[in-house]
Design a protein around this ligand. Structure first.
Ligand SMILES: Nc1ncnc2c1ncn2[C@@H]1O[C@H](COP(=O)(O)OP(=O)(O)OP(=O)(O)O)[C@@H](O)[C@H]1O
Length: 362
């Protein structure tokens, strides 16, 4: 006899839920998946009625499901949000141009306004051009730093009061592991935050999928037949995060709760009093939030525009560009005590972080 759904006890079970290993039916899966996200949103008070929310839309599974679910929940529970799709075109031929076609279809499918902002218009550089200059090894540093700012700038153009991204529970657990492995206590403390406030010229951001498992996002997209783009970035070697990901997948196969457990460990982590932390200020050139006199994007751009792209990612180069930065750690070696105690957005440990394709804060 066919097994019955462990939730409703009426329908036939057609899937095993990755998060809990329960055998359940499709309608119950949709119900628990969507309701958990709704609870995450309401419990953490992510939005206010009337908010103009820019959904960081890459065309990939996470942000596509995020757009679909947010639209569904906004209508079902009357959040009163104005939703927009915001895409950053990094200028990666054969990758982003194709994924943007998916976002353009999503715009029609979900009836949401779309804004596309490109690196070329913001920085006068595409990632294709940057990779020609710097090669494959360090290019993710540029892409990660530029994207963070580009999302803010695009959101401001939309008059958005909030940005959401599709970072999921697996992404966050990986980031906790990576910050732990690097001894980066400042990021370890903040990388599990579900939301960052909109201070100092940044638009508030949040991650409604903080507790949502990647496998469930893929399952949801599959059953709902959502239209998404599934190719990996052609420039992303993703080495360091790849190891953390493989380790996490192994742990998950033995104990599915490992993902949430690691996030909980990160949430409980507190830096002891007296440990020096970076002080937040503003970039003297572009005014963007920075804990150094020049923000990371300006440092990287300066290197590119001087024809010395490695300046922004090497230790000697950073000091040459901005002597006030002081001694900094080599991104390829373990953090020194100073790097551990003074991690900052423009030290090379940040470069090492984003070299993996995802920021270690996000
Ligand atoms: N080019 C982009 N434009 C807009 N938002 C982006 C872009 N790239 C990434 N994001 C946002 O950052 C989140 C995490 O991006 P990441 O590159 O880690 O991709 P991912 O985990 O594969 O997510 P996705 O499946 O949505 O591509 C995405 O879910 C999306 O919200």
């Amino acid at each position: 006899m066919a097994r019955l759904c462990e939730i409703c006890h009426r329908e036939k079970a057609v899937l095993k839920r990755p998060k809990t290993l329960q055998s359940i039916c499709r309608p119950c899966f949709y119900q628990v998946f969507e309701t958990e996200i709704h609870h995450t949103i309401t419990k953490n008070r992510l939005f206010q009625p009337g908010d103009r929310v820019a959904i960081g839309a890459s065309g990939g599974k996470d942000s596509t499901v995020l757009a679909y679910v947010l639209k569904t929940l906004n209508e079902r529970y009357q959040y009163g949000l104005h939703l927009f799709l915001l895409s950053i075109d990094e200028g990666i031929t054969g990758y982003r141009d194709d994924s943007l076609e998916t976002v353009k279809r999503n715009q029609l499918q979900y009836d949401l306004p779309l804004k596309i902002v490109s690196y070329e218009e913001l920085y006068a550089w595409t990632m294709d051009a940057i990779v020609r200059e710097v090669g494959l090894k360090n290019n993710c540093t540029f892409c990660g730093v530029f994207r963070r700012q580009a999302l803010d700038r695009g959101a401001m153009l939309l008059g958005a009061t909030h940005i959401v991204t599709g970072h999921n529970a697996d992404d966050i657990a990986e980031t906790v592991l990576m910050n732990l492995l690097r001894g980066d206590v400042a990021r370890l403390q903040r990388c599990t935050e579900i939301a960052t406030p909109g201070e100092d010229g940044c638009v508030p951001r949040s991650k409604p999928f903080k507790y949502t498992y990647e496998k469930e996002i893929v399952m949801y997209a599959y059953f709902k037949k959502l239209d998404y783009f599934s190719t990996e970035c052609i420039y992303s070697p993703n080495a360091y995060r790849g190891y953390a990901r493989a380790f996490l997948k192994d742990l998950e196969s033995i104990r599915p709760s490992s993902i949430i457990d690691i996030i909980h460990s990160g949430e409980a982590f507190q830096v002891r009093r007296g440990v020096k932390m970076p002080t937040q200020g503003f970039c003297s050139r572009c005014g963007y939030i920075s804990s150094n006199p020049l923000c990371k994007a300006c440092v990287l751009l300066e290197g590119l525009n001087r024809g010395l792209p490695k300046l922004g990612v090497s230790r000697a180069g950073l000091q040459q560009l901005d002597p006030q930065l002081g001694p900094a750690a080599d991104p390829n070696s373990p953090p020194t005590t100073a790097a551990k105690e003074y991690p900052s957005s423009s030290d090379p440990s940040a470069a090492a972080a984003v070299r993996t394709g995802k920021s270690l804060d996000w």
